[in-house]
Design a protein around this ligand. Structure first.
Ligand SMILES: [Ca+2]
Ligand SMILES: [Ca+2]
Length: 120
């Protein structure tokens, strides 16, 4: 599809710009095939360049807990290592941008989070 015309002189270095936001995480196919035409005043003098543009993922999404807040009650005599709660974490990014680590803040060290199962 021909989308615009740029007029410039000889030996110019025409800038190539992104004119709309691109979100890798919403793309089904992150590759774009562009065809660029150039011609001078004699319309038989033309050339074509083909550009394959691949969008790569940026770490632009934070991990999200589900649920992100929960109130639970436990008996005081609950056994050590009892699973008290489960939650999941997801991240819309991919690859290393989707990796995250967890930490649990408990001043007395009474409760902990098992990093890979997300159990408290
Ligand atoms: Ca991320
Ligand atoms: Ca992303």
């Amino acid at each position: 599809m021909f989308v615009g015309v740029m007029v410039c002189g000889c030996h110019c270095r025409t800038p190539f710009c992104c004119i709309q936001p691109v979100d890798y995480d919403l793309l089904l196919n992150p590759t774009f095939n562009l065809t660029v035409y150039v011609e001078d005043t004699d319309t038989t003098h033309v050339d074509v360049a083909y550009i394959e543009l691949r969008v790569t993922d940026a770490n632009d999404n934070a991990p999200v807990f589900s649920p992100n807040q929960q109130r639970i009650s436990i008996f005081e005599n609950v056994s050590v290592s009892t699973t008290l709660f489960r939650f999941s974490v997801s991240d819309r990014d991919t690859g290393t941008n989707k990796q995250y680590r967890s930490a649990c803040e408990d001043f007395f060290g009474t409760f902990c989070v098992y990093l890979f199962t997300y159990l408290i």
